[in-house]
Design a protein around this ligand. Structure first.
Ligand SMILES: [Zn+2]
Ligand SMILES: [Zn+2]
Length: 459
């Protein structure tokens, strides 16, 4: 039971924006970090949370899931503050290890290709060090945090977003906080929906994501209803002798989409043709295979061997081989950032009119993926630095909505269900956060702090 201690909540990143999520929660001279991400749209030191706001080492960090906007800066944090211990669910520990080593490789490439001197922000050894200090926990298990002198506990709750993803319950003496992080309230192909918090737990402060705050519920499509539409679109392309490209995030969407396609091939609804997945997507797939108990009870995860390797698309012969017969390519990046496999494959596909490009996730307005989706036949786009613009001849470019984030109506319900004293809106753009504040606060004291702001929350 709460005896009414205030906490301070400071935003280092992820307030009024999506990216570099990192929040410091402090109470009685102790502090815990919630997430330590990087910003996918920013580069170099700019992509980090504002660690300069930390006046001393946090007592511990809790990592909600392995998307880099939630974990990508952990090794950098440890360079500043060696010895900080971190906690995540058992699958998340494995995924974070894989994602961070990949980040080092990506940063090294960017340094070479783009001359970004600040990269890499950390090395493989820093990742190994961070992993030695990270402990895995199961869902619904309370564990003690290393806050000397006061008793602080945390517990992970199933968030339904990607493998191992969690919301965090954090209990300081006299103040209980619940951080949803990224939550999904619909069942996906492989993940079951989030697990609502037990009503008997009294929450003083709820910190909730606001990703879809600006999306009208009438436009919020249902995951399940989008599946047959995507399957039809892919089948149409294959029957016409073309290649279907589906740009996907490596963690989550790649595993979901490859399984959706394979299931429809088995049912005869999509013609048999090879399915390709990217290197990182495949490496993460192996981790999905190791944790069947964390997947939906309805999930039928196909063996990784059912899917082929895309290979190096910078190599001309690899690309020729990929495109010479009908196939389905599930490639990163999901938003088709320049110079990524999905961008280079799209560049080749848009030169003809018998292929298809199908986006299945969130597209930021400034990304190449968004520009391609909203371009017209005849428009020219550049798919990578130093590459010539290519004229669009391909008509069949569409978007399907497979969000792993709760629509705003579901976020309203979470607040209604938990009835906290304070609600803090994070992880959304300004418009999304404004809608949430106006329509979802449910009479609670509500806050929308941005980077550098600290708010005091009464219990
Ligand atoms: Zn996420
Ligand atoms: Zn996120």
């Amino acid at each position: 039971m709460s005896n009414g201690n205030p906490i301070n909540f400071c935003v280092l990143g992820g307030g009024g924006e999506i990216g570099a999520s990192c929040f410091e929660v402090s109470c009685n001279g102790h502090s815990i970090l919630l997430d330590s991400g990087t910003h996918p749209k920013k580069e170099g030191l700019e992509s980090l949370p504002a660690f300069s706001l930390l006046s001393r080492a946090p007592d511990a960090a809790l990592i909600s899931h392995a998307h880099v906007d939630h974990c990508g800066s952990l090794p950098y944090l440890l360079r500043q503050f060696p010895g900080v211990r971190s906690f995540a669910t058992v699958p998340t520990v494995r995924l974070v290890d894989r994602m961070l080593h990949n980040s080092v490789s990506v940063m090294n490439t960017l340094r070479k290709e783009r001359g970004i001197e600040e990269y890499p922000l950390y090395e493989h050894e820093d990742v190994s060090y961070a992993m030695r200090l990270m402990r895995g926990q199961g869902y619904q298990e309370w564990f003690d945090l290393p806050t000397r002198g006061i008793e602080t506990k945390a517990c992970f709750n199933h968030a339904g977003h990607v493998l191992g993803s969690a919301s965090v319950l954090l209990k300081f003496p006299g103040h209980t906080l619940f951080y949803t992080s990224d939550i999904c309230e619909t069942d996906q192909e492989l993940m079951s929906r989030y697990c609502p918090l037990d009503r008997s737990v009294e929450i003083d402060t709820l910190v909730i994501e606001s990703t879809h705050g600006a999306v009208d519920d009438e436009h919020a499509r249902v995951y399940e209803a989008e599946i047959p539409k995507l399957a039809d679109a892919v089948a149409g392309v294959l029957r016409g002798g073309g290649v279907a490209l589906i740009p996907c995030f490596a963690l989550g969407r790649t595993q979901e989409i490859t399984n959706i396609i394979a299931r429809h091939q088995e049912a005869g609804l999509i013609p048999r043709a090879p399915i390709y997945a990217s290197g990182l997507g495949r490496a993460i797939y192996e981790i999905y295979e190791k944790f069947p108990e964390y997947l939906s009870p309805n999930a039928e995860l196909r063996p990784l061997n059912d899917f082929k390797r895309i290979g190096n698309v910078w190599n001309h012969e690899t690309m020729e081989k990929l495109l010479h017969e009908p196939g389905i390519i599930v490639a990163t990046s999901g938003m088709m950032l320049e110079n990524t496999p999905s961008a280079l494959i799209a560049e080749a596909l848009t030169r003809a009119n018998h292929h298809g490009i199908f986006f299945v996730g969130y597209l930021d307005h400034e990304t190449l993926g968004y520009k391609l989706l909203h371009s017209q036949i005849g428009d020219k786009l550049r798919y990578g630095l130093g590459r010539q613009p290519v004229e669009r001849k391909l008509e069949n470019i569409k978007r399907f909505h497979f969000s792993a984030h709760a629509p705003r109506k579901a976020l309203q319900q979470v607040i209604h269900h938990i009835r906290p004293k304070n609600v803090v809106f994070v992880h959304g753009d300004a418009e999304a956060i404004r809608w949430m504040q106006d329509n979802a606060a449910n009479g609670c004291a509500n806050f929308a702090p941005t980077i550098g702001q600290t708010i005091t929350l009464e219990a």
